[in-house]
Design a protein around this ligand. Structure first.
Ligand SMILES: Cc1cn([C@H]2C[C@H](O)[C@@H](COP(=O)(O)OP(=O)(O)OP(=O)(O)O)O2)c(=O)[nH]c1=O
Length: 224
């Protein structure tokens, strides 16, 4: 298996000029998001949002609504803890047959998730929030990538579950794990699948001062 930094998805990633003079902060503990930002050439520090940012499931909330809300809440959490900073936060889930598939709780959950995805088309949604503490403004956007997973044999399933590579990955599978099980449909963003849509992030940074909205203090819902 190739190390992640050698994968094609880490090459030729866009890097935008930052819209403010604040230090860039990645509000995420995801190693994939950090690898993507580093591969694109951004200079940043990491501050992980508290687990409470990902709490509170709203009934009838769709996958894109959920990832937008969680990305916003992760950025808002760090915004209360720093004096200045341009914060980037994100949240990723898979969605298949109307079910929202987050990170598996354990191996049984990973198996159930992979059996659902096996042989099926599904979507990966990532919500991304850019937040300027100095300007008290933020923007939230969601990117969808459509994928198809090949039909898994019992042996493939067993080997992958034993590998523990499913841990901490939405949908219980890492596109970057080098198994070629997933095919991106159309011209969807691969970095979006791995946790941070680098193309959209670049657009959001480039247009930040035009598209960002003033933050409402204490709101747990993203603007718009
Ligand atoms: C679909 C998919 C997700 N993932 C990862 C990206 C995210 O790290 C993770 C989804 O969980 P998230 O809750 O979005 O992020 P996280 O818990 O890793 O980090 P934080 O909350 O601190 O931001 O799944 C892959 O690495 N490969 C994939 O193919």
């Amino acid at each position: 298996m190739k190390p992640t930094e050698d994968l094609p998805l880490m090459r030729n990633l866009p890097r935008a000029e930052l819209p403010t003079d604040e230090p860039l902060i990645l509000a995420s503990g995801s190693p994939r998001r950090a690898q993507l930002l580093t591969a694109a050439g951004y200079d940043y520090s990491v501050q992980v949002a508290s687990d409470e940012a990902e709490c509170g499931m709203c009934s009838r909330e769709t996958a894109p609504e959920m990832v937008a809300r969680y990305a916003y809440r992760k950025a808002a959490d760090i915004a209360t803890k720093v004096d200045t900073g341009l914060i980037i936060a994100a949240d990723t889930v898979a969605s298949c047959l109307g079910q929202i598939l987050g990170k598996p709780h354990d191996q049984d959950h990973a198996e159930t998730t992979l059996r659902l995805l096996s042989g099926r088309k599904h979507d990966v949604y990532t919500g991304v929030c850019v937040w300027s503490v100095k300007h008290e403004m933020c923007v939230v956007d969601v990117v969808r990538t459509e994928l198809k997973m090949q039909k898994l044999t019992e042996q493939m399933l067993e080997d992958y579950l034993d590998s523990m590579l499913w841990e901490g990955k939405a949908g219980a599978f890492g596109y970057q794990d080098g198994n070629d099980w997933l095919q991106v449909i159309g011209d969807g963003s691969v970095s979006n699948v791995v946790g941070l849509p680098m193309e959209r992030l670049s657009e959001l940074l480039e247009n930040f001062l035009e598209v960002a909205e003033t933050v409402t203090t204490g709101s747990s819902d993203p603007p718009g």
